[in-house]
Design a protein around this ligand. Structure first.
Ligand code: ZN
Length: 386
């Protein structure tokens, strides 16, 4: 997270070693761009006690040890980023907050980002002070102290602050170290029933392709829990959209699993996967299944046409933000789905929203609400599904 222009793209590029744009594989590229994913490797050279993104240690040239694979989630624009962070908080293990040294700290967007992390209770945070090459040494130090001051009393108080020059890859290894040491991989229950929310869905076949070589529909997303293997039966909820009618659940089988590194025999939470299915690709093409919950048939969250939530208003710096009013149109972002709705009731922090398109969400999951302010939809608050 970070203010626009504070160097998220450059840092991601430095951490991933490569940039998502350069991936030739269209399938993977499509998913990465959509949700702004970038996969990175955290590697370590024990003799040098150095972290790096390289397979060979830049200091001694020896083979480095792969500590961990991580996926960074980014989203274009300030509103979209905050909305994504709230609605996808269930797949996030921590946050990297960027603050540029060449601007006063804090910038308004940085305040809002930290507030969102605070409200969601995301405690595993690494702060990165970027662009220190654009200021003098003394100014960089003074700015560092300002960051410390700004973090005081927040969820990020005491978080490591790593100064970097992303464009020249200076101190990037220390960001990897801070991530490795401060954002641990959470314990996962391997026996939990699997749940994935679709963030992309498409048809990988080319026009004019021979029928015998055609592949089934593909969906992309991250497992929240459990595991997937080829051959597993899966269900999609709410399912296929039908103009004017309730969506139709669809059941199929997993035919293949892929991640950045290639084919998978078993997929686990953490990072983005592509799930090949036996569905007719015309069902999955054009992102038509975005927002669907996927898992074992009969085990998925309920499909809800009306959401009751415990609502919390966000303090926005740029506009007035009173509680939602009954009758007010809102946009709801829940997991990977975005749908319009109308506030059907509001009383003492409890809001009910009638949705135009139903969503399959669990009790206790976090949703983001946006309201119309002038010509734009602005994030106004968030809530837990009751
Ligand atoms: Zn080394």
């Amino acid at each position: 997270m970070g203010h626009v222009d504070h160097g998220k793209t450059s840092l991601t590029r430095a951490l991933t070693g490569k940039w998502t744009d350069t991936h030739s594989e269209e399938l993977k590229r499509g998913i990465s761009i959509r949700l702004g994913y970038a996969d990175a490797e955290i590697r370590y050279c024990q003799p040098c006690d150095k972290y790096t993104t390289e397979e060979k240690c830049p200091a001694c040239g020896k083979e480095t040890e792969l500590k961990r694979r991580v996926s960074f989630l980014d989203a274009p624009g300030h509103e979209t980023l905050m909305t994504t962070v709230i609605s996808a908080s269930s797949i996030m293990d921590g946050a990297v907050l960027l603050i540029a040294a060449n601007e006063d700290c804090p910038q308004p967007q940085t305040v809002e980002h930290l507030m969102v992390l605070d409200m969601l209770g995301i405690q595993n945070i690494v702060v990165v002070q970027t662009k220190i090459d654009l200021v003098s040494k003394d100014d960089a130090k003074a700015h560092y102290e300002k960051i410390k001051e700004f973090l005081k009393g927040s969820v990020a108080e005491g978080a490591p602050i790593v100064p970097v020059v992303a464009n020249y890859k200076i101190n990037i290894g220390e960001v990897s170290r801070a991530v490795e040491e401060n954002i641990p991989t959470p314990e996962r229950d391997p026996d939990a029933s699997p749940l994935l929310y679709v963030s992309r869905s498409f048809d990988i076949n080319k026009p004019g392709m021979d029928v015998s070589s055609m592949k089934g529909g593909v969906v992309g997303g991250s497992l929240l829990r459990g595991k997937f293997s080829p051959g597993d039966r899966i269900e999609f909820l709410p399912g296929i959209d039908r103009e004017g009618k309730p969506p139709k659940p669809v059941t199929t089988e997993i035919s293949s699993l892929m991640c950045e590194g290639g084919k998978l025999e078993e997929a686990h939470p953490g990072g983005l996967i592509a799930v090949g299915t036996k569905l007719d690709p015309s069902i999955t093409k054009g992102d038509s299944l975005i927002g669907c919950a996927v898992g074992a048939p009969g085990s998925l969250p309920p499909v809800l046409g009306e959401l009751d939530i415990e609502y919390t208003s966000l303090k926005r710096t740029e506009f007035e933000n009173p509680p939602p009013k009954p009758g007010e149109p809102v946009v709801i972002s829940a997991q990977t789905s975005t749908t319009v709705g109308v506030v059907s009731g509001y009383k003492k922090g409890k809001a009910s929203i009638k949705l135009k398109k139903p969503v399959a969400v669990e009790k206790g999951s976090t949703v983001a609400l946006s309201r119309r302010t002038g010509q734009r939809w602005r994030l106004c608050g968030w809530g837990k599904v009751r």
